[in-house]
Design a binder for this molecule. Sequence first.
Ligand code: CDP
Length: 224
Amino acid sequence: MGGTLPPVIAIDGPSASGKGTIAEAVAQRLSFHYLDSGALYRIVGLVGGERGVNLDNDLEISIISLNLKINFESGRVWVDGRDVSAQIRGEVAGAAASRVAALPGVRRALMALQRGFRQPPGLVADGRDMGSVVFPDASLKIYLTATPEERALRRHKQLMEKDSGASMAALLQDIRDRDLRDSTRAAAPLLKCADAIEIDTTGTSAKEVVEQVLHLYQKHQKTQ
Ligand code: CDP
């Protein structure tokens, strides 16, 4: 189906399942390009908020999405010449992202930009509809899961490194709320594709998960 197009590995999973870490490491090991599609929604949410646009206005937010100049360079994210790497990771951008990601026009507007990342020798794409909508012909589709408790623990560890003291109970509740919101929304809900391979990462280190994904990819290549 993909013809001579470069291969794609699509990685999805619920919030805090570690998909970003795994996807980036797999891309590095294979010297593939890496697409953090969540960052695009975070950027659109951030800029929409800054410009005072109603974050539920599909048309206005879509127009913004089509006109942004986004660059990913050596681990940093630039929008219209401004480094927004730190800002898009904040809670405000995260909440705005989840609102604009529910708008079908915005999802369509970001399609061409995302497909443009498919360059030789290949791409690892992380995010919601990578395997189902954006790259349905991906060579390998992975769905990472972990129990809500494990994900809350991971997020807690991450936050502790930044010196932020969120309680485990609050983080667990937040993860449960997001799971519910993400899986019940109409546009691109959190859903495992029928042809995705599920990896439960509870109790498994990131390094081990990376090896599992690489092994699955090698296996896939041998069958081609
Ligand atoms: O991992 P988490 O969902 O917390 O964050 P993210 O991957 O940075 O995504 C930010 C927001 O964009 C979330 O609400 C995702 O559901 C949404 N998103 C999406 O709808 N489609 C994508 N391809 C990627 C992210």
